[in-house]
Design a protein around this ligand. Sequence first.
Ligand SMILES: *Cc1c(COP(=O)(O)O)cnc(C)c1O
Length: 384
Amino acid sequence: MYIPYSRQDINEDDIAAVVSVLKSDFITQGPVIPQFEKSVCAYTGAAEAVAVSSGTAALHIACLALGIGKGDIVWTTPISFVASANCAVYCGADVDFVDVDPQTANIDINALVEKLAHAEENNHLPKALVIVHYSGRACDMLAISTLARKFGIKIIEDAAHALGAEYPHGGMVGNGLHSDMTMLSFHPVKSVTTGEGGVLVTNNTALAKTLRKLRSHGITRETANFIDPAQGDWYYEMQELGYHYRLTDIQAALGKSQMNRLQSFIDRRRAVAEKYETLLKDDHLLLPPPDHKSAWHLYPIQLLADAKIDRKALFDCLRTNGIGVNVHYMPIHLQPFYRQRGFKSGDYPMSELFYSRTLSIPIFPALDDEKQNYICLKIKEALG
Ligand SMILES: *Cc1c(COP(=O)(O)O)cnc(C)c1O
């Protein structure tokens, strides 16, 4: 038996939806992509959705659409997947980090306030923030957007973990009310999957138009948007340098079918988290704070210093017992690439503390009681 930390949930309806596209006239750039985008809008409440080939591609064109380039600075948090920072580097911008709250690994608002004040003094304000809703727990976007607005800073939400979550102050993550754009990922471990895929949701129609162009080589085929007169029906214009970041109809069909079960997936993840809260109560463990609004993409437990076993030993022990634990994440600034750009150990102490003692234990919709009991038993045994 091997229990992964997360996995996709594919049923016969999903398979039938994909097969039906394979038998249709269009396997890419057909009618299903806009239908899938609509289902994401309907769920999140955003006005516009632009589906792309991955969450990373989404972050890249989000930065481009905000005009981020050489000489600009983008801030994110160290406890995230590297793509949250790389997107700015793709555009030639510099990346800097804001430390996290060591309980949730989300951005520490006080640290943000301090860093902004300092940056303003030094005339070194960022052009944009990439706000990560770590583990599916939404950040306080009211506080963050108020701060950003005060300094004229753009916001991209990295909600790769948080499709299905609600903000602490209410509203679905991705509703477009607190940021310029929100990125969602459809990698198989995320809330719903398209194999590989991502989307940007926004309430800004002009931005959505730019994003649609950027995902397709910078090309527009809409007569109304042409710069020069159309020369015939074949005519299209490449107006800026874009990329080939499109999703296929095959993937969109899977995504659209998965969206029908998104709420049930989130409900299951929340039930799994609640069960962990009761079963794993232990003086040597710091469990994630309860949050019935989280999408619970991850369930990261922290091993306190007085435990008789350290994080690495617990990790190895659980892996040996067939439990696919993982570590999310080694702080981005400690990756060799970012060390080469001047970051070093000690730069973000709370992120480094979190990393040193955290472990993601399995959480996904099909994780049944029996497996969950087994996981808890093995953790308890290891803690002694
Ligand atoms: C998965 C993930 C991404 C990237 O998404 P892909 O679809 O894999 O490109 C970005 N940020 C975070 C926090 C993620 O977990």
